[in-house]
Ligand binder design. Structure first.
Ligand code: NAD
Length: 334
């Protein structure tokens, strides 16, 4: 199938592009490069042995999106494009709603106009907010604690209404937990600009000396060792989840939301221990105050993913650490 990946040059989109192409799909990328580097295209080409079409555009540019959908005879869209930094969303909510909600509405309008009604949407575990119980299953109450999470929930609600209004729509919202790792080649991975928001690139930058030390935000939570616990899923497992979602939608109209996690929480210390083992040295760590809004622990119920997406053999945290270290050490940006 011909599949358009909005935000396809980003961290998760680039890995999904590789997985989908290797599975025989024709992938087209659309990205405005607001949070990615054009060199990723060369590195994808190195992995695949061929280049993928990439249109530099904003998803809110409806004329270009319409042209791309028609020209490439797109059959399904995976909508990764969006802003994802929680703190930034609190400081600048309008840009988050404009990009994540308005951008999505524009895309869905064009898809409807052109008659493309198969969609996978990048949602997030942040839609759940504070746990009433754990693991989070898909029916857990939704109470996102910041504009970023609310932008994701708003798009989910729009999509639910859209599917209710027209039975031809086939929509899967994938709620990612904490993506980590990189492609095993070390050619693509997560490399955010500035100080990373996510733990793993932060650890990798501290290990390579780009950051002086590693801050641990609180070690007095009621968790196994006092540090925060999260559900870390290897980005390649996540990418394969998108392929499974596309297959699922072939035979399932309507709207569904599915968690993508491992179902197993790991603490910050678990992750650091695994990383230190991979790199063969201890990292300089400093325990600092908890960050406001951070939850002690959350993780996914993976029951629905195993039913609808046939589960997945999850790569271990050691593999994720190995892959991100390979990516961090490689000279990828020349
Ligand atoms: N990485 C995570 O921790 C995580 C967790 C849950 C959900 N998500 C969601 O998954 C999606 C992909 O995340 P990621 O980690 O790959 O982020 P990313 O920033 O690496 O990738 C997003 C890509 O979208 C592009 N983009 C942003 N706004 C755009 C626009 N208006 N038009 C065109 N392109 C645009 C960026 O340039 C970037 O290449 C996002 O929607 C994010 O909210 C990510």
């Amino acid at each position: 199938m011909n599949i358009l990946l909005t935000g396809g040059a980003g961290y998760i989109g680039s890995h999904a592009a590789v997985v989908l192409t290797e599975a025989g799909h024709e992938v087209v990328l659309l990205d405005n490069f607001s949070n990615s580097n054009k060199s990723v295209l060369k590195r994808i080409r190195k992995i695949l042995g061929r280049s993928l079409p990439c249109i530099e555009a904003d998803v809110r540019d409806t004329d270009i999106v319409e042209r791309v959908l028609r020209e490439y005879k797109i059959g399904a869209v995976i909508h990764f494009a969006g802003l994802k930094a929680v703190g930034e969303s609190v400081a600048n909510p309008i840009s988050y709603y404009a990009n994540n909600v308005q951008g999505s509405i524009n895309l869905f309008q064009v898809m409807q106009k052109v008659g493309i009604k198969t969609l996978v949407f990048s949602s997030s575990a942040t839609v759940y907010g504070e746990p009433k119980y754990l693991p989070f299953d898909e029916d857990h109450p939704k109470n996102p604690m910041n504009p970023y999470g609310r932008s994701k929930l708003q798009v989910e609600e729009i999509l639910r209404d859209l599917a209710d209004s027209d039975s031809e729509w086939k929509i899967a919202c994938l709620r990612y937990f904490n993506p980590v790792g990189a492609h095993e080649s070390g050619l693509i991975g997560e490399d955010p600009n500035g100080i990373p928001n996510n733990l793993m690139p932060y650890v990798a930058k501290a290990a390579s000396g780009e950051l002086p030390h590693l801050n641990i935000f609180g070690d007095d939570y009621e968790t196994c060792d006092g540090t925060g616990e999260r559900d870390y899923i290897h980005v390649m497992d996540l990418a394969e989840g998108h392929m499974a979602a596309i297959s699922y939608l072939k035979n399932h109209a309507g709207f569904t939301c599915v968690n993508l996690g491992t179902g197993k929480p790991l603490s910050v210390m678990d992750l650091l221990n695994a990383f230190e083992k991979v790199i063969g040295k201890n990292l300089k760590k400093v325990v600092v105050q908890r960050r406001s809004g951070d939850l002690p622990c959350y993780y996914a119920s993976v029951e629905q993913a195993s039913i609808q997406l046939n589960g997945s053999a999850f790569r271990s945290i050691e593999i994720a650490c190995r892959d991100i270290w390979k990516f961090q050490k490689a000279d990828n940006f020349q």
